[in-house]
Design a protein around this ligand. Structure first.
Ligand SMILES: [Zn+2]
Length: 375
């Protein structure tokens, strides 16, 4: 069994990024503890009715801790830190949870050291073999990025090799990915935080599964849409042209799939099993969960008049609704109630509206976009 939990399901969706014009970014100096040994606090779990609850000692003093390893371009990492900072400041003064950004080089860094740090942060026992082997393999491949809150340790990580900080830096896409990955940390925290109890709670059943954030198109689409909103708000890239490019990518993918006999729609992209099924039918991994998902979130924001429902309201009762569903024998289904509460319609009704929206003219589609970051 793989010790890396949330992370493991996310690995192989490499983002396909098209290079845009490069803007010059003046980066702040990020404080970087250069791979000093990790000292994370132990979690005291309390068990109740299929859930484990805890209040980690970092609560109330959350920080973004940056760790770089040999061979890393610190200028690029500073730019990513700037992107993550803009992302968490969108919601408040501090990151939502204690967060570690780990940046290494796929060939030049000591992968044993990186893997050991990532595994400690995921709550694996020191040198636990499953986690170490998996990390050493993943961490040396040309990957983009990976992020989430560990259900074992309650620490968040955002991590990757040069595939992120170097490979995606054209057009400031490394900064978009920074905001995208931070949004996954935010999602992972929201689906586990019980506001009234002031505690995190992790379903024992879902420790090693996806944890009920919602359908894949929403999980990835909201992160992607949020990423471009942060970029647009800060003048780091042009919002309209990026959204237009994504719309065209989504429509092209739907058209191309149709020519292969597959009717592609976000409604058929809820679970990893759904993606496997489509992959088998198409002969390649679909990508519509990113661009189509981002546009679905843009359309939901248009329907509700601001980004508040998609960025905040949907997540407020997500942990509570998921616990209710999980304890009622329907784990992973609590999000449907959150969807209806936040957006005012069922997800099934939305699928119909969105499939129709995707047939509109481009000018009509583009006209639904609001100013980036509007709340
Ligand atoms: Zn993602």
């Amino acid at each position: 069994m793989l010790a890396v939990t949330y992370l493991s399901s996310k690995l192989f969706y490499k983002l396909v990024i098209i290079a845009l014009s490069v803007c010059v970014v003046v980066a702040p100096m990020a404080s970087q503890a250069d791979s000093a040994s990790l000292n994370i606090s132990h979690i005291n779990w309390q068990h109740s009715a299929g859930y484990d609850y805890a209040s980690p000692s970092w609560m109330g003093k959350e920080k973004l801790n940056v760790r770089t390893y040999s061979g890393v371009d610190k200028v690029k990492v500073d730019e990513i830190v700037k992107g993550v900072t803009a992302a968490y400041q969108f919601f408040g003064d501090r990151p939502i949870v204690e967060t570690y950004g780990l940046f290494w080089h796929g060939r030049k860094s000591d992968i044993n050291k990186v893997a050991n740090d990532v595994c400690i942060l995921d709550g694996a026992p020191p040198n636990e073999r499953g986690c170490m082997d998996w990390m050493k393999s993943w961490g040396t491949q040309p990957v983009v990025a990976n992020a989430g809150l560990s259900g074992n340790s309650l620490y968040a990580t955002m991590s990757s090799n040069d595939g992120w900080w170097q490979g995606e830096s054209a057009g400031n896409m490394h900064m978009k990915i920074a905001a995208h990955e931070y949004f996954h940390v935010y999602q992972g925290a929201q689906v586990r935080f019980f506001e009234k109890e002031g505690k995190f709670g992790v379903s024992r059943m879902q420790r090693v599964e996806r944890e009920g954030v919602g359908p894949l198109w929403l999980e990835e689409g909201a992160a992607e849409y949020f990423g471009f909103n942060i970029l647009g708000m800060n003048g780091w890239a042009d919002y309209q042209s990026n959204m237009k490019r994504m719309l065209n990518q989504a429509l092209n993918e739907i058209r191309d799939s149709k020519s292969r006999g597959v009717q592609l729609s976000i409604s058929a992209m809820e679970s990893l099993g759904d993606l496997d099924y489509i992959t088998q039918k198409l002969g390649h991994r679909p990508h519509l969960q990113y661009e189509g998902g981002a546009w679905a979130i843009a359309y939901l924001s248009h329907l509700t008049g601001s980004n508040k429902a998609a960025f905040v309201d949907y997540y407020i009762n997500l942990a509570e609704n998921e616990r209710e569903a999980s304890q009622g024998g329907k784990p992973g289904m609590g999000w449907k109630k959150s969807f209806k509460e936040a957006f005012g319609l069922s997800v099934e009704a939305f699928y119909q509206k969105f499939d129709n929206f995707m047939t509109w003219s481009e000018s009509k589609q583009m006209a639904i976009l609001m100013a980036p970051g509007k709340m």
